[in-house]
Design a protein around this ligand. Structure first.
Ligand code: C5P
Length: 224
């Protein structure tokens, strides 16, 4: 079936921000709509892949044809991802918070005039890097994102090495790129061969193009 080139393959996608609680009513978060990750999950499912989307808190509806696990924090996102293994394809598009609050308060922190609470931070797990090291269970094709403002290709190539993933989709978010606040993304795909610059595309088109590339890559290989 040519319209379903990923039939028989399984896929995992992370999307959205994570929320790291400070106390029962407050949190630390990254700015992320989840639109790119959700579009990728939808496109993978449309191409026939059995797709699990692990989503942080977003206002988007669950994409059609996709199983969705809703999580809040990075640690919950990591657990949901590890529980989903093995998968053929994993795309980490979530904007995971780099830190969580250590010594989380069970009660709402009281506001007192002239006294500021002190927050101690702890480093969050890197989900992409952890998936790349999942022994005996590493996704066959592991894809990450990188938002770069300068020297996009070289910074992203270094990130690809550091995180141990197969591909990085580098997104130019520099001041002249128009990415922030715009609906288009300027992607450079980094693989072990080098860099491939894509034209400016909207997020749905980025998702479709990525799925085409994934299907080419996996064509003919056995499903797991
Ligand atoms: O290190 P940086 O945040 O720039 O890396 C971005 C890539 O790593 C994205 O694919 C993002 O989803 C992933 N990531 C992750 N877990 C983290 C931080 C980033 O999976 N804690």
């Amino acid at each position: 079936d040519q319209s379903k080139p990923l039939q028989g393959f399984s896929a995992l996608v992370t999307s959205g921000p994570t929320h790291e609680p400070i106390d029962p009513v407050r949190y630390i978060a990254n700015r992320s709509s989840g639109r790119q990750g959700h579009a990728i999950a939808e496109a993978l499912a449309a191409a026939g892949a059995q797709t699990l989307l692990v989503s942080g808190p977003v206002t988007l509806p669950d994409p059609p044809g996709v199983e969705v696990v809703h999580v809040e924090s990075a640690q919950e996102m990591l657990e949901a991802c590890m529980a989903a293994l093995p998968v053929d394809i994993a795309v980490c598009a979530a904007a995971v918070a780099d830190w969580r609050v250590a010594g989380l308060s069970e009660q709402k922190l009281k506001k007192e005039a002239g006294r500021l609470p002190e927050l101690t931070l702890a480093e969050n797990p890197d989900i992409l890097a952890t998936l790349s090291k999942a022994e005996g269970n590493r996704p066959r094709l592991l894809i990450g994102f990188a938002a770069e403002t300068e020297q996009v290709a070289s910074h992203a190539a270094a990130k690809r090495q550091r995180k141990g993933c197969d591909w990085i989709l580098a997104n130019d978010v520099g001041p002249d790129s128009g990415t922030f606040g715009g609906s288009d993304n300027q992607i450079t795909l980094i693989d072990e061969q080098g860099a491939e610059a894509w034209p400016k595309l909207d997020k749905q088109a980025v998702a479709r193009r990525l799925v085409e590339r994934i299907a080419e890559q996996l064509a003919g290989s056995a499903r797991s």
